[in-house]
Design a binder for this molecule. Structure first.
Ligand code: IPD
Ligand code: CA
Ligand code: CA
Ligand code: CA
Length: 268
């Protein structure tokens, strides 16, 4: 993708995500059609599907040679990231969308031959667009986000973590998670992976640790975090495979090694 094309796709994607979000805000108080997927707490609404279809139609009309990889079935089943791939989560934080009518986001990561080029996370109800194009820094609306704190100790860090992983489970050594919770300044859990990445990029949280995300949950977030000098890997520090579900550790680089070496032990 040449520079001009990259810029054009970036501007276009920003317009579409803002339009999709404005539509959701306009109809937020109308009745919702809610279904469940893999279990009774795995919710999906007509708005998730309509929003994904909106992006599928736009991409198809304007960029028929691009690919879409997405949650709700309007994309393709991909086994390679060759060419230009839009990785889209139409509503990230559907449970928040249904129960709270806020704290959800639209997430779009655009990859070219496997390299993350454009990351967009739109906090719809707050009208806050986090956006980045590789190599040019990350922004929240018009404000450039600063590089992450160069000297940071775990004692002064805020960790985003779902409390479930501090209970007995078959994925991570919960004793070490409990020790980590005691070590950090505080923990938070926001219920939208995309927003959790955006908060790490914004520097209002310092690490995000979770045990299972799909590519559309993290595709945009890794690009934003990288643009402010942060790092995203699997929870054991290994490189991510962008086509697979994965454990995730996204954080300020100064605490990454300490987390991986001293506190994260996966039950593999
Ligand atoms: C979910 C949210 C949630 C995370 C789940 C995701 P969805 O995405 O990001 O915070 O813990 O693993 O599946 O289903 O609301 O798009
Ligand atoms: Ca979902
Ligand atoms: Ca999601
Ligand atoms: Ca979703």
């Amino acid at each position: 993708m040449n520079e001009q094309e990259r810029k054009r796709v970036y501007e276009q994607a920003k317009d579409w995500i803002l339009d999709a979000g404005a539509h959701i805000r306009n109809v937020i108080d109308e009745p919702l059609y809610i279904d469940t997927k893999s279990n009774p707490n795995d919710l999906v609404t007509q708005m998730d599907r309509d929003t994904e279809r909106f992006f599928a139609d736009k991409i198809n009309q304007h960029y028929p040679e691009h690919h879409l990889f997405s949650e709700e079935g309007f994309g393709e089943e991909l086994d390679s990231l060759q060419g230009t791939v839009w990785i889209v989560d139409p509503i990230d934080g559907t449970m928040n969308f249904v129960h709270q009518k806020k704290h959800f986001a639209i997430s779009i990561g655009i990859y070219f031959d496997g390299v993350g080029e454009i990351g967009l996370i739109y906090n719809v109800m707050e009208d806050e667009l986090y956006h980045a194009i590789r190599g040019k820094g990350a922004y929240k609306n018009d404000k450039k986000l600063p590089q992450l704190e160069p000297e940071l100790s775990l004692e002064k860090s805020i960790l985003i973590l779902n409390g479930f992983w501090a209970c007995e489970n078959n994925r991570i050594n919960e004793r070490k998670v409990q020790a980590l919770i005691k070590k950090v300044r505080g923990t938070r859990s926001y219920g939208s992976a995309a927003l959790e990445f955006a908060y790490v990029a914004e520097g209002i949280a310092d690490a995000y640790l979770t045990m299972k995300l799909a590519p559309w949950d993290y595709a945009a977030g890794v690009i934003l975090v990288e643009e402010v000098g942060g790092i995203t890997t699997q929870a054991n520090g290994k490189t991510l495979d962008l086509l697979s579900n994965s454990t995730i550790l996204s954080c300020n680089q100064t605490i990454q090694e300490q987390l991986v070496n001293d506190y994260i032990e996966l039950k593999e």
